[in-house]
Each structure stands twice: as C-alpha cells, then as structure tokens.
Design a protein around this ligand. Structure first.
Ligand SMILES: Cc1cc2nc3c(=O)[nH]c(=O)nc-3n(C[C@H](O)[C@H](O)[C@H](O)COP(=O)(O)OP(=O)(O)OC[C@H]3O[C@@H](n4cnc5c(N)ncnc54)[C@H](O)[C@@H]3O)c2cc1C
Length: 507
C-alpha cells in the first residue's frame, strides 16, 4: 500500500505498491525542467517533455500518488464541473468550444498513452448521465444541454439512467471514460525514466531561487534547472493564485453490492449542489461502486466524519450494500472564474510554470496541463490560445463573495477557539479529537490520539499564518485559507505550506 495525505484508505492507495525510481538525481547537472510534484499532473507533463527531448527531474515530497491523485474517483469527462453555459457567459462561446476541445484532447491523450504503453489501467470508453430530480434542476439541465451541445459535446435527452434513483429529466453524454489512475501514473513514470528522466521521492521542495538558471532548493539538497513546473496542485510560497483558488474537500467510498446487475455502466451525476457522483470499477476481478459527494470548503465542517455517514445513508436508500470496503476524502482547488490556471506563474520570471485550480476535473485538466506546458516549454504556441493563462484578469460575478468567504471561514475558526476555563482539562477530550485552545496564556492546537497521548502544535499555518482546524475524518490539521494540511505531528501533508508546524511540549 502507498501512503496518502490522510489516514483513511482510498481504493487506489490500497492496491498500489510503492514506486521505486530507477534513476538517481544529479546535483551537478542543469536539468532542462524540474517538475515539483509526483501526481498525475507532474508525471503526465514530465512524460511529454522527456519525449520532446527535454531532460527532466520530478521531485516529490513523499511518494507518487501521495496527493489528490491517490484520493480521486477517476472519471474522465468532458462534461465539466463548470457548466458550459457559465464558461460561455464569462469567456464567450468560442472559449467554451475551446474548453470542450481541450477536455476531449485530454481524454484522447490518456487513451493513447494507455494503448501505446499497454497500460493495464482498465481504460474504458463509456457514456455519462446527468439527471434532474426537481423542476428547477430540470430547467438548469435544459441550459446545460443547450450550452454543452453548442460547445460541441455529443449529448441527447434520455429516459433511462443506470442508477435506481427517481428523476424528472436526464441527459446522456457520449464518449466519456474511466480508468484506474495509479497503474496509469506508474506506467508513465516508468516510461519517463526509461526515456532518461529522473524521479526523486521523499524530498520536499522548499523554494526556487530565480536567476538565469533557476535553483530549486529542497529539504536535502539543491538542483539547477532552466524551467520549473509547480505540479503541486497549488503552488508553494505566497502567490496571487492563493487568492484565486479555494480549497474544498470531497468524500468518496468504494462499496460492494449484493446484486451484480446493480453496478452502473457509465459515469453518473445528479443535479444537487454539491452533486453526488457514481461509477463502477473492476479491480482484480472484484467490482466496486464508487460514489462521492458532500463536498465543503476545507475546514468549514466541524464533524467531517459525518459526511461519510451522510454518503452511506444516501447510498443505502437506493442500493443493497454487501460491504463498505473503502471510505476516503481528498482535496481539490476551485478556481474563482471556473477555469483552471495553467501557464506562467504570476509574479515570476517566465520560466516558472503552474497548473492548478482544476476543481473536480483534474484527471482531465492534468492532461490539458501536460499538453500546454509541453508546448510552452518547447517553444511551440499554446494550442488553447492562452485561455487558461494564470495571469488572466477575469472579474466574474461572485468573485468578491469568493474572496469574502476565505476570510469568513478563517474568522469562524478563530471564534471556535476554546478558552481553557471552558475546557476543564484536556483529559476530557475524546480519543481522536482535536481542538484549538487557549492554554497557559498561549493558543495551541491539541490532538488526543487513540492511545490517549496528547500532541500539541502551534496553530498558525506556516503558509500565511491562518489558524488551522481539526479534520476528524483524515486525522489532520487543515488550513481554511489556502488548504495547507498537516499531520498530528505537524508535518506538511498538503501545500501550499512548505514548512512543518512548530511542536509545543506539554508538561
Ligand atoms: C474526492 C475527489 C474525487 C475526484 N474525482 C475526480 C474525477 O472523478 N475526475 C477528475 O477529473 N478529477 C477528480 N478529482 C480531481 C483530481 O483528482 C485532482 O485534480 C488531481 O488528482 C490533481 O492531480 P495533481 O497531480 O495536480 O495533484 P496531486 O495529486 O495532489 O499531486 C501533487 C503532488 O505534489 C506533491 N508536493 C506538494 N508540495 C510539494 C513540495 N513542496 N515539494 C515536492 N512535492 C510536493 C504532493 O506530495 C503530491 O504528491 C477529484 C478530487 C477529489 C478530492
């Protein structure tokens, strides 16, 4: 099993052995490109660049798949989270067509890689279904139909959906797909190394010094590069993109059903906000129903475990469940204007790149990023004409609320700090509980583990000093502002923080 940035076990993590790199990183040479982050974005981009003749080094803080790639649900869909009607309204109809084309080309790239490298990742073409259960949702579905058809998606109305849930109206979208992301990423990593690339795991990048040649500093040594790609899901350090992306958590489970015929064939979405999503996955002869939903802003939910209970209760309403095999949650970053940020990192020299703000579509946008960044770094024109440029200024409706919500969540956490007087003693905390408390004149983040041991940390996130909040489901400290996450000992799990939390020794 590989490690992931949480204590719950995902389906993909459970079935994956650690990746063992073949080549050794060399501190004496200048790499053409250093890619930071060994998720699907870093590895897909590294593979395209190495094929294009660039000598690349991928540096991963923990292990390949440690981030959201190991906690995804792996739908490959051109029907994206941001409705084409919104993309059309904010960016114009031609841009909506370009986004649809980019998503299509991304799925084709995953398909081609799977075929060319004979990857045993169960890549399957399949339709997607989206259904409405109320009249209001049905009206929205009509808008989705019109705008998606205009953008070039092949979709029609249908009176059948492959889930036993009552509905008013439904659409079927052709040419979508699903796959198992971990064998896919591993096969790309192996091919990348065979082509001369290098992967360095267990090494956290702490910064990039800018000069004609860039110096990438890490927890152990430094490396020189002509270009750097932040494929860290959100760039580390302090950047404009931290204002333009908001961290969200989503909850998933892989369950076995009593009746084989109940496993749905297709990708399925309802029209709730946030929506529930479903699909089936066969691994080693065992089929699972993977369902997800109950998303919320990171640190905006006190009882995160409750989200699993809600998801389970929802599933049990419609399915006869034999076994709940895996439950997990993971994090994604929602962009302010609905489109991801792929290209030059704002405020830096042109040879530092980023790919973030994928929302719930990073399986697709990671390949869009690979295509764009490969083009930019090899001096070819961006095939999507700068549409995803992170430096764009797009003041869309709701942007101010988006920013306001950031500070609101941070304030909420501060207002929940428990004064010692109210918390008679930490002894009263239940095992597994975590709290931010005032104790002996200072504010501390305290967690009681299942053996009754207390772990105390300085509660200021090392990224931008927001106050962290406890996440019961994944046993982590999460920052509401920009999504940095830390384990019970204060070690960074998720960026943008690059430094651990300070520990506090309690007598
Ligand atoms: C529950 C859930 C379900 C989802 N389902 C879907 C889906 O069905 N379809 C879809 O298209 N998308 C889905 N997504 C989104 C998608 O999974 C992600 O967008 C995608 O996995 C992001 O990949 P990545 O490589 O960019 O980031 P990650 O996989 O997070 O990889 C980033 C890597 O960078 C490393 N890193 C971070 N900081 C540093 C540093 N300083 N130094 C070195 N390394 C560092 C991390 O350890 C990590 O391994 C889902 C997201 C969630 C949360």
């Amino acid at each position: 099993m590989i490690a992931r940035d949480g204590t719950c076990t995902s389906l993909w993590q459970a079935i994956t052995e650690p990746y063992i790199p073949a080549n050794k990183a060399d501190g004496d040479i200048t790499y053409d490109v250093v890619l930071i982050g060994g998720g699907i974005t870093g590895i897909s981009t590294a593979w395209l660049l190495q094929q294009a003749g660039k000598n690349c080094l991928v540096i991963e803080a923990r292990n390949i798949g440690f981030g959201t790639t190991g906690g995804t649900t792996a739908h490959l869909n051109t029907l994206l989270d941001t409705p084409y009607a919104d993309i059309s309204k904010n960016f114009g109809e031609d841009s909506a067509k370009l986004v649809a084309r980019a998503a299509r080309e991304a799925i084709e790239l995953v398909k081609k890689n799977s075929k060319d490298l004979s990857i045993d990742c169960g890549f399957k073409d399949m339709p997607a279904f989206v259904f409405a259960q109320t009249q209001e949702q049905a009206n929205d579905l009509d808008d989705i139909y019109l705008a998606s058809a205009k953008a070039g998606l092949q979709l029609t109305y249908t009176n059948r959906i492959p889930v036993p849930i009552p509905f008013k109206r439904a659409l079927i979208v052709r040419n979508q797909a699903s796959f198992n992301p971990m064998p896919y990423v591993y096969a790309l990593a192996t091919a990348f190394e065979k082509a001369g690339g290098t992967i360095l795991q267990d090494t956290r990048v702490t910064g990039v010094e800018e000069d004609e040649i860039l110096t990438v500093t890490t927890s152990s040594s430094s490396f020189r590069a002509r270009a750097v790609v932040f494929a860290t899901h959100i760039p580390i350090g302090i950047n404009l993109l931290h204002l333009r992306c908001a961290p969200y958590r989503s909850y998933a489970m892989a369950v076995r059903l009593m009746n084989k015929k109940d496993y749905p064939k297709g990708l399925i979405y309802d029209s709730e906000d946030p929506y529930h999503y479903y699909r089936s996955q066969e691994i080693n002869g065992v089929t699972y129903l993977i369902a997800g939903g109950y998303d919320h802003r990171t640190a905006d939910e006190e009882n995160t475990e409750n989200r699993f209970l809600q998801l389970e209760a929802y599933l049990r309403r419609y399915y006869n469940i034999k076994e709940i095999k895996y439950t997990w949650s993971s994090q994604y970053f929602e962009p302010a204007d609905g489109l991801p940020y792929i290209g030059s990192l704002p405020g830096h020299t042109g040879n530092i790149f980023t790919a973030t703000g994928f929302g719930g579509n990073g399986m697709v946008y990671s390949s869009v990023a690979a295509i764009i960044l490969k083009s930019m770094i090899t001096g070819e024109p961006d095939p999507y004409k700068g549409l995803f440029n992170p430096n764009r200024i797009k003041p869309v409706a709701g942007f101010v609320n988006f920013i306001k919500h950031n500070s609101h969540v941070a304030f909420e956490i501060l207002s929940k700090i428990v004064p010692a007087a109210k918390m008679t003693a930490f002894v009263e905390m239940a095992p597994g509980e975590g709290k931010v408390a005032k104790y002996d004149g200072q504010t501390i983040a305290i967690h009681k583990d299942e053996h009754g041991n207390l772990h105390a940390l300085h509660p200021e996130c090392t990224h931008m000093k927001c106050t962290i909040a406890w996440n019961t489901a994944e046993n982590s400290w999460d920052c509401p502002c920009h999504g940095a996450r830390f384990d019970i000992n204060g070690e960074v799990l998720t960026g943008p923080a690059a430094n651990n939390l300070q520990t506090i020794h309690l007598d």
